[in-house]
Design a protein around this ligand. Structure first.
Ligand code: NAP
Length: 477
C-alpha cells in the first residue's frame, strides 16, 4: 500500500529536507511499505557535515548542565512516545514486541546515563614534579570534544545502538552526522525529532539515509569528520578503517559467541537463558549464543531440554504480544541461514529442531554433531541457530571458545571459581560472563570486542572517552 506510507524528511543542518529520490522502508513481517525516506546525495551529505562543523563552536561551549538537561528531557519524551517507538522497531526491524519494548527501555536508560555523564566529564591533575624537568610547574588535563562524530549504525537495534553513539557524543559536546541502516532508518528519524523537541540546537544532529557504499563511504572519507563510530559487520569495519585514514575510529563488530555449561551448573536457570540468548531478535544480536559447549556428562539432558524449550517458542508476527521470534531482516538473510544449515547437514550435522524457512521467517534451529570448521560454528551466523558441542575436558571447551577469530563476549556456567577464573584468564574477549551466556549487557558497562570483533569500547562513559581528546595544560608561574 505505497499510498499510505508516511513520507519522511531528513534533518540536515537545521532543516527538515525532502528529495524526489527516496527509498521504501518495509514492515519486515507483512512486506507492506511503512515509510518513504529521502536518499541523501553527496551535496546533502556535505551540507550535513558543514552544518555540524558550524554548530560545533557554540554547542561544545554549552554548559554541561544544559547538555545534561537536553538529554534528560529526551528521556521524558522517549517515555511519552514509548508505545509508538516500540511499534516502529517491531515493524521496521521485525523484532518481537517484547524485545522492541525492551529496546525502548534500554534506549531511555542509555540517554539517562548520557545525561548523567554530561555532568562529570573531567580530567585530572598530573604531578609534573615527578620528573626533575617538571619542577615548579602545575599540570592538568581536560577532556575536549573531538568535533563532528560520524555515527554509522546497523539494523538490529535501531534505537539503542543509535543511542549508544548519539547520547555520549552529545553529552561530550560533539556534533553528530548519523547514518542509520538503510533497512531501519525510521526509528533514528523519530529520535532526531525527539532531540529537537528536547531542545537540541539546530544542526548539532543531522541524519543522512542512503546506502553504506555511497553515503556511508562519503561520510567516513569526509575531511570535516573528526571521529567515526561504527557498529556493524567485520568486513565493513575493515573497509571503514582503511577509508578513515587518520580520524579517530571505534568499531563494534560481530562475534560467533560461545558459552560453556559445566556439570555443576544450575540447568533450570541456564537452559531458558540459553534459549533466549540463541533466538531473541531471531539471533540477530552481536552477542547471540551461537556455539554451546556442554560437558559430555550432561550433554544428552541439556540437548533434550534445549529442544523442548525451543519447541515452545512462538514464531510469527512480531506485533503479536506473545511472539518470541519474528522474521529476519530480509528473505535473503533467511535464505542464507537456511543454506548454512543445509551445508552443515551435508557435512554430518543433525538438525534437532527448526531448519525450516517461510519467506523471511527462519524457525529457531538447534544443531548437534557439529564440527568446529563448519560455517555454523566458525563464522558469525547472525540467525536463529545454535550448535551444541559435547566436550570431555573443560580446558578444551575454553580453548575452543578462545580459538575464534572474534572476541566480543563469552559465557561460562560453573560453580567452580577456579574454572571460572581459568576462562577469564584464557579467553581474549571484551567480556566474560560467569553463570550467564555471552548475551548479558547493561548499557553503562564497557562493551566492545577484541580481535575481529572491533576496536575501542562503548557503554556511555567509555564512549565519551573515545569521543573526547585529552588536552594537557602546563602552567609555569
Ligand atoms: P553492516 O552491513 O556492516 O551495516 C552496518 C552499517 O554500515 C549500515 O548503516 C550500512 O549501511 C553501513 N555500511 C555498509 N557498507 C558501508 C561502507 N562501505 N562504508 C560505510 N558504511 C557502510 O551490518 P548490519 O548487517 O547492519 O548489522 C549486522 C552486523 O552488525 C553483525 O555483524 C553484528 O554482529 C554487528 N553488530 C555489532 C554490534 C556490537 O556492538 N559489537 C552490535 C550490533 C551489531 P546500509 O544499511 O545502507 O548497508
Amino acid at each position: 500500500m505505497p499510498g499510505d506510507a508516511r513520507a519522511y524528511k531528513l534533518p540536515v543542518a537545521g532543516e527538515w529536507v525532502e528529495d524526489a529520490r527516496d527509498i521504501p522502508v518495509l514492515d519486515k513481517y507483512t512486506g507492506e511499505i511503512i515509510g518513504r525516506v529521502p536518499v541523501a546525495g553527496r551535496a546533502l551529505l556535505e551540507k550535513a557535515v558543514a552544518g555540524a562543523r558550524a554548530a560545533f563552536p557554540a554547542y561544545s561551549r554549552m554548559p554541561a548542565h544544559r547538555r545534561a538537561s537536553i538529554l534528560g528531557h529526551a528521556v521524558q519524551i522517549l517515555e511519552r512516545r514509548r508505545e509508538e517507538l516500540a511499534e516502529l522497531i517491531c515493524r521496521e526491524a521485525g523484532k518481537a514486541w517484547k524485545y522492541s519494548w525492551g529496546e525502548v527501555s534500554r534506549g531511555m536508560e542509555t540517554f539517562q546515563f548520557a545525561a548523567e555523564e554530561a555532568r562529570r566529564i573531567h580530567g585530572e591533575t598530573v604531578p609534573l614534579d615527578a620528573s626533575p624537568t617538571g619542577e615548579g610547574r602545575m599540570g592538568f588535563y581536560l577532556r575536549a570534544p573531538v568535533g563532528v562524530v560520524a555515527a554509522i549504525t546497523p539494523f538490529n537495534f535501531p534505537l539503542n545502538l543509535v543511542a549508544h553513539k548519539v547520547g555520549p557524543a552529545l553529552a561530550a559536546g560533539n556534533c553528530v552526522v548519523l547514518k542509520p541502516a538503510s533497512t531501519t532508518p525510521l526509528t533514528a528519524l523519530c529520535l532526531a525529532e525527539i532531540l529537537e523537541e528536547a531542545g537540541l540546537p539546530p544542526a548539532v544532529l543531522s541524519v543522512v539515509v542512503g546506502s553504506g557504499d555511497a553515503v556511508g563511504d562519503w561520510l567516513v572519507g569526509d575531511p570535516g569528520v573528526a571521529k567515526v563510530s561504527f557498529t556493524g559487520s567485520a568486513p565493513v569495519g575493515e573497509a571503514i578503517i582503511r577509508r578513515a585514514g587518520l580520524k579517530k575510529v571505534t568499531l563494534e563488530l560481530g562475534n560467533n559467541s560461545g558459552t560453556i555449561i559445566e556439570p555443576d551448573a544450575d540447568l533450570d536457570e541456564a537452559i531458558p537463558r540459553c534459549v533466549m540468548s540463541s533466538f531473541a531478535n531471531s539471533g540477530q544480536v552481536c552477542i547471540s549464543l551461537q556455539r554451546l559447549y556442554v560437558h559430555r556428562e550432561i550433554a544428552a539432558e541439556v540437548t533434550r531440554r534445549m529442544v523442548e524449550a525451543t519447541a515452545k517458542l512462538v514464531v510469527g508476527n512480531p506485533l503479536d504480544r506473545s511472539c518470541d521470534v519474528g522474521p529476519m531482516i530480509s528473505e535473503s538473510e533467511a535464505a542464507r541461514a537456511e543454506q548454512w544449515v543445509r551445508e552443515a547437514e551435508r557435512e554430518g550435522a543433525r538438525v534437532l529442531i527448526g531448519g525450516k524457512r517461510e519467506g523471511a521467517l527462519f524457525h529457531p534451529t538447534v544443531l548437534a554433531d557439529v564440527r568446529s570448521d563448519m560455517k555454523v560454528m566458525c563464522i558469525e551466523a547472525f540467525a536463529p541457530l545454535v550448535s551444541i558441542y559435547a566436550y570431555e575436558r573443560f580446558e578444551d571447551a575454553v580453548r575452543m571458545v578462545e580459538e575464534s577469530p572474534y572476541g566480543l563476549q563469552a559465557g561460562i556456567y560453573t560453580r567452580d571459581i577456579r574454572k571460572a577464573l581459568l576462562a577469564v584468564d584464557q579467553i581474549n574477549a571484551g567480556g566474560i560472563m560467569i553463570n550467564d551466556t555471552s548475551i548479558f549487557r547493561v548499557d553503562h558497562m564497557p562493551y566492545g570486542g577484541n580481535k575481529m570483533s572491533g576496536l575501542g569500547r562503548e557503554g556511555v562513559r567509555f564512549a565519551v572517552e573515545e569521543m573526547t581528546n585529552l588536552k594537557m595544560v602546563v602552567i609555569k608561574p
